[in-house]
Design a protein around this ligand. Structure first.
Ligand SMILES: [Zn+2]
Length: 494
């Protein structure tokens, strides 16, 4: 592989509306380049661009395309990459001819990213028919016959039917009614967790990192799990997206109103004139059906998160965790079995907090989840342990300080005594031996007093008045609390 042609096209009608459409030459180029750079073989090749601007898809006279085909005939190109097949050619008979006869004959590989088509990977297994069908559909679009289909879809959505291909992360299609969304219990808590992390003050990037650290299954991986196979292997999505969370994946979830039980439709429409270019409608034109399906996130939480994201966006210097408090022990608790952080997932009835559910995500995924103690019980246990170990009440503190002062005074006394005995010896009142004996005795007592003073110092330093359990108090003494279904297993102190 050494010469790749990338072909991009935008028609007049699209160019006029460029501000509303994302389908600019640039976005096509980005998608194609992204695809190329994720392919070990393709990224080494030379890339040549061919662009047609303002030529309708219905006519086949396009200078960019003509130049490209000329180079194919001159054997200067051995791979063509386009975003959509419809970008390349609209007339399906001609398209089919190129795909099935001309390109294979010239040894040209053809890739249509969004159609999941790669001539190198297609065998003679009937996919050709699929492609012909797609082209036929594009043909129809060009001739403005798609009207009926569009109307049918719109009607279905107005009735609250979920007509888009795959349900969003956290939902499944109801097996009894494929137009209805039901909660995907095995990952819905992950959605709640993502909203909570944002409320707790984590940024999109930090949230993605936490999800990755905890090995949380991604939307795409979950989709493949449901389908039982990797349906995207032929697509341009990098395999990275299968397993790794990115800030944009997190944002996509945070912005999707579907989680509040609302179905939003009429966000986009496909142009009938040039076959499939997507127009993004302004927000006022979106249509919504509230309480269409079971919510995972309350409206209040959703709105708070939206506001938060907006304010952070405005204020670049946003820093520090928010006041949205979790249990004070939450940051310190880990699973005794696997060592992962225990999630303290808040649950609310839409208006107020009803409780906090504790679970180890990792153990849950392995079907080894243990029922953990109520968070209030654990808090109480930690509080008791901290008090026993580190709390010194006011009276006790005063007693220690008093004792220490007495010891200092005693030492002063001893020093005075030592001086007096020294004078006695100097004036010949006592013998040298007697003085040395007394001196040793006095110094020994002083030494003992000093030892006790040090002990009290240490006690006073370590002691605190632990009147209530706050995150700061826990952080001062505790590094990690390991728990199991039996309760606290061990504590690592700072
Ligand atoms: Zn675990």
């Amino acid at each position: 592989m050494n010469n790749i042609a990338i072909y991009m096209r935008i028609s007049f009608s699209e160019r006029d509306r460029q501000k509303q459409t994302e389908e600019t030459i640039n976005s096509q180029r980005n998608i194609i380049k992204h695809f190329i750079f994720n392919d070990q073989e393709l990224k080494k090749a030379n890339i040549e661009e061919f662009v047609d601007e303002g030529y309708s898809g219905s006519t086949t006279s396009r200078p960019g395309l003509d130049m490209l085909l000329k180079k194919v005939r001159g054997q200067e190109i051995n791979c063509i990459i386009v975003k959509d097949m419809s970008r390349f050619m609209r007339n399906y008979i001609e398209m089919g001819d190129y795909l099935e006869n001309i390109f294979p004959f010239m040894g040209v590989r053809f890739i249509a990213i969004n159609d999941g088509y790669d001539s190198d990977k297609e065998g003679h297994n009937g996919t050709e028919l699929d492609i012909q069908f797609k082209n036929l559909l594009n043909d129809y679009y060009s001739r403005d016959i798609s009207e009926k289909m569009t109307t049918a879809l719109y009607t279905a959505r107005k009735q609250g039917k979920y007509t888009t291909g795959t349900p969003p992360y956290g939902y499944l299609k109801d097996p009894k009614n494929k137009y209805k969304l039901i909660i995907d219990e095995s990952v819905s808590d992950n959605v709640r967790y993502i909203f909570q992390l944002i409320l707790e003050g984590y940024t999109l990037n930090e949230t993605a990192k936490i999800l990755n650290d905890e090995g949380v299954i991604t939307a795409r991986a979950r989709r493949n799990q449901i389908k039982g196979y990797d349906s995207y292997s032929n697509r341009w999505f990098s395999t990275v997206e299968q397993t790794i969370w990115s800030h944009s994946m997190v944002r996509r979830i945070l912005k999707n109103e579907v989680y509040t039980g609302t179905m939003v439709f009429n966000k986009t429409s496909k142009s009938k004139l040039d076959g499939g270019s997507v127009t993004y409608h302004p927000k006022e034109e979106w249509e919504k059906i509230y309480n269409n399906h079971e919510a995972i996130i309350s409206k209040e939480t959703f709105d708070r998160v939206s506001e938060l994201l907006k304010s952070r966006h405005k204020n670049k210097f946003y820093g520090g965790k928010s006041k949205y408090k979790n249990s004070p022990i939450a940051p310190f608790v880990r699973c005794n079995k696997c060592g992962y952080k225990i999630r303290f997932l808040k649950s609310s009835n839409g208006k107020e907090l009803i409780g906090i559910n504790l679970y180890c995500y990792y153990c849950r995924m392995l079907d080894q989840e243990e029922k953990l103690h109520h968070y209030k019980d654990l808090e109480e246990d930690v509080f008791k342990i901290l008090k026993d170990r580190f709390h010194t009440d006011k009276a006790e503190k005063e007693r220690l300080l008093k004792e220490q002062k007495k010891l200092y005074d005693k030492n002063d006394e001893l020093l005075k005594k030592k001086r007096i005995e020294f004078e006695n010896y100097k004036f010949g009142k006592i013998s040298r031996e007697a003085f040395i004996g007394l001196k040793d005795q006095l110094e020994e007592s002083t030494e003992e007093n000093n030892k006790r003073i040090k002990v009290i110092d240490k006690e006073l330093k370590e002691s605190g008045t632990i009147e209530s359990l706050t995150e700061d108090v826990v952080a001062k003494y505790i590094k990690t609390i390991y728990i199991s279904g039996k309760g606290i297993e061990k504590i690592e102190y700072c």
